[in-house]
Design a protein around this ligand. Structure first.
Ligand code: AMP
Length: 220
């Protein structure tokens, strides 16, 4: 059976993570976020984490080979056999090309959000350091002030969500990741989605595109 291999593209704050998680829940697919895998490695202090931490803190990209290694290992796990949803990978043309030699993406979803809105979204984002749940001081406020609804841990701002780092992450996105839109368009798998809307409206469009992709691949 053809796998559903979905990639989310979009700048930091576009809502990739939120949409990817909702999609995985709906279709029972694994959510693979290279950012989450790297943050976990940093938390555990593994050699990968030690190498990645300084790079992540300044908003740069970790080396392509390292990320490709992470992806190769993760995709070999059995839960990926029906397909997967990638969030935050690939982020460079070299990663996309490397990935093409492992498998081919059949749906690339580009979430478009204007730059001024991206900055506001990211700097007011809060994350649970314990379970990874995401909150926002305006759109997704925790029930108890600054505490995670799921595990009760104190929420924090990611170091790379601070305003000065966000600007450099957006510049890195424009330079290194935005060219992937043309890359996947050339492969005939790109779909552009207006991400400056209520997340449920965005999700309705995401699922309709993914359903069509599944039908074309004889899946659903
Ligand atoms: P994210 O959670 O996707 O915003 O990723 C947080 C940080 O992890 C990024 O700013 C990069 O430093 C690093 N990172 C995540 N995914 C990748 C990737 N595919 N390539 C290089 N660096 C990455």
């Amino acid at each position: 059976m053809t796998q559903l291999k979905v990639v989310f593209l979009g700048a930091p704050g576009a809502g990739k993570g939120t949409q990817a998680k909702m999609l995985c829940e709906k279709y029972g697919l694994p959510h693979i976020s290279t950012g989450d895998i790297l943050r976990n490695a940093v938390k555990k202090g593994t050699p990968l984490g030690v190498q990645a931490e300084v790079i992540m803190d300044r908003g740069d990209l970790v080396p392509d080979e390292l990320v490709l290694g992470i992806i190769r290992e993760r995709l070999a796990e059995p839960d990926c056999s029906p397909g997967f949803v990638l969030d935050g990978f690939p982020r460079t043309i070299a990663q996309a090309e490397g990935f093409d030699s492992i498998c081919s993406v059949n749906c690339a979803l580009q979430i478009d959000v204007p730059r001024d809105i991206l900055v506001k979204r990211v700097v007011r984002r809060r994350t649970c350091p314990q379970c990874g749940s995401m909150y926002h001081l305006d759109y997704k406020i925790p029930e108890k002030d600054n505490l995670c609804d799921h595990c009760g841990a104190a929420l924090a701002q990611r170091d790379d969500d601070k305003e000065e780092v966000v600007e450099s992450r957006l510049a890195v996105y424009e330079e290194k990741t935005a060219p992937l839109v043309a890359y996947y368009n050339g492969k005939g798998v790109l779909h552009r989605i207006d991400g400056d809307r209520d997340m449920n409206l965005v999700f309705a469009e995401v699922t309709s595109i993914v359903d069509r992709t599944g039908e074309m691949n004889g899946q659903r």
